[in-house]
Design a protein around this ligand. Sequence first.
Ligand code: NAP
Length: 292
Amino acid sequence: MTNLLITGKTQLLGVIGYPVEHSLSPLMHNAALAELGLDFIYLPFPIAPQNLQVAIAGLAAIKVVGFSVTIPHKQAIMPLLSEISPVAQAIGAVNTVTWKNGQWVGTNTDIEGFIAPLQTRYQQNWSQKVAVILGNGGAARAVVAGCHQLGFAEIHVVGRNSQKLEEFRHSWENSPIGDKLQVQTWDDLATLLPHANLLVNTTPVGMYPHVNDSPVQLADMEKISPGAIAYDLIYTPSPTQFLQQAEQQGAITIDGLEMLVQQGVAALKIWLQLETIPVDVMGEALRSHLGL
Ligand code: NAP
């Protein structure tokens, strides 16, 4: 980061979470703000769940321009906002909040973050393609919505808990996404993999320090087609065991760092009303911090 100069006019951005110390967002956002030479700073705000409502009012009082939202507030903040974008409503979670016309407005930039590397690097027609998504938690919701936005013909979600899987499927029933979505158990993975054009890991399996774990057994990964894309939402380690297995089978790989950076880029575009954000500077700040 270049010289950080706080002035009387410095405008505030930040991230709310609990805990928030582990967040990489201040690092990458402040790197971008410094590169842009803007009189803004992005701060971590540790906010306990019981203080959320009063904290949001406080952030408005001190004229915070916008803030990111992380665990455990992504759903809890929704009733406290005046407006929620259709994408955030579809996902059922908000990760970006902006002060607009005297009120807090929420959206979710995880979809944009997820699809950005697919759109920029692989300009394909996805309409005949099959996506297989491992896991059915919060991140899987953004990935399902992103795959729908790209136009995938089939979206298969693989999970381990049949009740949660059924709830997941049910939650999309009144959306056009519901027509393309099928939920399946891990026993079905071996038959799904040869048809997968995109395989996404949204489970935490393989995340540091469990770097030798993979959500997919090697014998199953051998069924993936060469040329398929394997995408892991995990960003440490890089590459994960999952991505290494996929690469050995000739698959193209994408790690979670790109999504992390791109969801931040999308948030900065909203807050700063800018079209061009120094994405490389943000990625480099993270890579050097993580020793990648
Ligand atoms: P989450 O809501 O807790 O969901 C995790 C999902 O993984 C659940 O469906 C869970 O199954 C499944 N799962 C957990 N352990 C498993 C195991 N041992 N075997 C099979 N399935 C397992 O978490 P999340 O918020 O979606 O985050 C998931 C991952 O994505 C994390 O590693 C997170 O760091 C990463 N992420 C990355 C980005 C990025 O920008 N790169 C953004 C968001 C999330 P059950 O439902 O049965 O418990």
